[in-house]
Design a protein around this ligand. Structure first.
Ligand code: GAP
Length: 470
């Protein structure tokens, strides 16, 4: 089971590269650790997933609006949010071989190392970084004893400088989450959009974390995209809204994106797992080849963030909501839904991978939901002659006004189908000799392999619209 699962990841990584979904970045220079580029198929699919999320969250909720904030915020934002002090990983270095480890990851080695006391956990379940056991642990890389340093705090935020002088005062950070951009913009957005709690503000954008142990392909990278929505509510209504958003978000991945139910589950954070801002947190996890892991979190952030921004900005009054009907003034509570676009995409790719047999031949087929498939339809002329390519090209031009459509006349028809199956294209339209007689074509369904009808060329747009929205 484990070997099979591991190989599924390898298979997806290879397919993603071969077909231009996702590939290592700047490969001519040997790439750079855990940074990936999205190719022609990958970017189509990523945009479609982001659009589905936007549609589901912003367009379909009257009380949710969107923003697109900058990546570099006022640096005080990160002091207020707790990231300057709290967004850290304790690291241990080997003085001999220069390998670097997260102190938390060393606990396994501490447990295994003979004659080494296990470091005690503090009240929050964290390792005691000052405990002498670390010094006795052999380096997991080179095996030497006494070469590991004391754990040192390492902040995961990428720091840079505004302007030409690299001085403390000009230091800024690349945002490690998009959420804070929403909090600092909230008074303005609430006013211009005339929102009353409960209401939400959503955004999709890049976030950056200098992860110590990136890996598992696009699962953990240093640069990634988040799709976050912050829901502003009356204090005390947080638990019922947590239940609401938990259900909504699970429905999105299962019913809208088509991830199989058996590969999805919730994980509730225990006391020791909760982030510094959260009163309660539920992850939506996918059954990845390397185990169940999170790709979206639903967090009850209470009034933690707004309180801190009130304190650090001195603008408490601006951050409070005034209800002119009840004459109440309060800092709203926040329930957050925070999804990873790249991780969501990885889960969908893994979930869609199938191998089956067609006419005695093995085929690889990506059973992507048609709404997410990078190419909605491929158009093939049966032969390269007799005017069939011209008709197919004209159909392609017309359909391209509304869909991503691909024209292909290279290789035999079976080969062309296989290429589209691997790309996840749900519909293949073939122009044959009957097309010249009747103005009709065949549409082959990727999953059933059936071609149940011969629609007229002029009906193709409507049929594709219906198929995407059924
Ligand atoms: N605003 C809350 C927040 O950022 P998080 O659990 O740290 O919460 C939310 O991140 C989501 O962002 C994760 O579920 C994951 O999908 C994505 N994410 C976080 N770190 C990531 C990384 N290094 N690479 C890819 N995606 C990441």
């Amino acid at each position: 089971m484990a070997a099979k699962q591991k190989s599924l990841m390898d298979v997806i990584v290879a397919l993603a590269k071969r077909r231009g979904f996702v590939m290592p970045t700047s490969e001519i220079y040997g790439g750079i650790g855990s940074s990936y580029d999205y190719g022609p198929l990958g970017i189509e699919m990523k945009r479609k997933l982001a659009d589905l999320w936007w549609n589901n969250m912003v367009r379909q909720h009257e009380n949710i609006v969107g923003i697109d904030s900058s990546i570099i915020y006022h640096p005080k934002t990160w002091e207020a949010s707790g990231h300057v002090d709290g967004f850290v990983d304790p690291l241990v270095d080997c003085k001999e071989c220069k390998a670097r480890f997260k102190a938390d990851d060393l606990i396994g080695h501490v447990k295994k190392a003979k004659g080494v006391d296990e470091p005690p956990l503090n009240g929050k379940g964290e390792l005691d970084p000052g405990h002498p056991s670390y010094a006795q642990v052999p380096c997991p890389n080179c095996g030497q004893r006494g070469t590991l340093t004391e754990p040192r705090s390492f902040n995961l935020m990428f720091k840079t400088f505004i302007g030409p002088v690299e001085q403390g005062a000009s230091a800024v950070y690349l945002r490690p989450e998009t959420a804070q951009g929403i909090y600092v913009d909230y008074p303005q957005v609430q006013t211009v959009a005339r929102l009353k709690p409960p209401f939400g503000i959503a955004q999709i954008g890049k976030a950056f974390r200098n992860e110590i142990t990136p890996g598992n392909f696009i699962f953990r990278t240093r640069e990634f995209e988040q799709m976050e929505m912050q829901f502003f509510i009356k204090p005390g209504e947080d638990e019922e809204w947590m239940d609401y958003w938990k259900a909504e978000r699970m429905k999105f991945w299962r019913d809208v994106c088509g991830i199989r139910e058996e590969n999805l589950r919730f994980h509730e954070h225990g006391e020791h797992e909760l982030a510094h801002y959260a009163k309660a947190a539920f992850d939506i996890e996918y059954n990845f080849p390397f185990g169940w892991d999170e790709f979206e979190g639903i967090h009850n952030r209470t009034d933690y963030d707004l309180k801190r921004h009130a304190e650090y900005s001195g603008k408490e009054k601006d951050l409070m909501y005034f209800d002119d009907q009840t004459r109440e003034r309060y800092l709203p509570y926040i329930v957050e839904t925070s999804a990873g676009l790249n991780r969501g995409l990885l889960a969908i790719l893994l979930d869609a991978y199938y191998e089956d047999e067609v006419e005695g031949q093995q085929r690889v087929v990506m059973r992507l939901d048609p709404k997410l498939a990078p190419i909605t339809a491929a158009v093939f002329p049966l032969q390269k002659k007799d005017g069939l390519p011209e008709i197919a090209q004209e159909i392609t031009r017309e359909l391209k006004k509304n869909f991503n459509v691909f024209f292909d006349m290279t290789g035999n028809i079976g080969r062309r189908y296989r290429r589209q199956d691997e790309a996840g294209t749900p519909f293949c339209i073939t122009v044959d000799y009957e097309t010249k007689e009747t103005g009709t074509v065949t549409i082959r369904d990727r999953d059933t392999l059936e071609q149940p009808e011969r629609p007229k060329i002029e009906d193709l747009s409507r049929i594709l619209f219906e198929k995407l929205n059924s």
